[in-house]
Design a protein around this ligand. Structure first.
Ligand SMILES: Nc1ncnc2c1ncn2[C@@H]1O[C@H](COP(=O)(O)OP(=O)(O)OP(=O)(O)O)[C@@H](O)[C@H]1O
Ligand SMILES: Nc1nc2c(c(=O)[nH]1)N=C(CO)CN2
Length: 173
């Protein structure tokens, strides 16, 4: 496997520090800007900071990207609340899409790692940052992300997704 699109989000504690920790641990080849986003799926929680990371490593399988994503969440003290599926968290790292070394999308309905991510096509907080770094990208099975940004479920949320140019995940060393 080579290239994966990862979504990072945080709405507890020092949100920017949690996202920066993910960048340090995952060493992405591309990093989007940071966006302030309203909570999706469970409204009674603080707003999130979200971004998208592109990671690229020929030695890493899709499953290993998930393991690395979950290691980042654990390192930042994420605690899962079984009562709140989409509840608040210090750090969320989701594997959105993976392509193998020939550019073929990985498609899998395994509940442990479903690819592409089953809710990515509905999430403005994923699609807008992704579009900023890869405007021609496609979400396997759903088509160009530019077109997904025009679908009713996503456009309804776009107005609330605000760029935060005052916050950056790049050039931290
Ligand atoms: N593409 C994926 N990326 C991340 N986790 C996934 C993926 N597909 C399946 N999972 C599984 O989903 C489980 C729950 O993950 P998590 O608690 O991070 O979900 P969530 O972030 O609350 O919600 P969502 O999956 O809608 O973003 C994980 O244990 C993981 O094995
Ligand atoms: N705005 C926003 N909302 C969410 C997020 C997130 O990263 N950003 N993550 C969730 C669980 O995956 C649930 N809801």
């Amino acid at each position: 496997m080579t290239r994966a699109v990862l979504s990072v989000g945080s709405n507890l504690g020092d949100r920017l520090a949690h996202l920066r920790a993910a960048v340090t641990l995952l060493t992405p080849v591309e990093v989007s800007g940071v966006y302030e986003t309203p909570p999706w799926g469970d409204a009674a929680q603080p707003s999130y900071l979200n971004a998208v990371l592109i990671v690229d490593d020929v030695t890493v399988t899709a499953r290993e990207w998930l393991t690395r994503a979950q290691a980042c969440e654990a390192a930042e003290g994420r605690v899962r609340d079984p009562e709140r599926r989409f509840g608040p968290r210090t750090l969320d790292v989701d594997v959105i899409a993976v392509r193998d070394d020939r550019g073929t999308p990985v498609v899998d309905d395994d509940p442990e790692l479903t690819l592409p991510h089953p809710r990515a096509h509905l999430r403005a907080f994923v699609l807008l940052p992704w579009h900023a770094v890869e405007p021609d990208a496609e979400l396997p099975g759903h088509g160009p992300i530019a077109a997904l940004l025009d679908t009713p479920a996503v456009t309804a949320d776009l107005a609330g997704v605000t760029p935060r140019p005052d916050l950056s995940l790049e050039s931290m060393e």
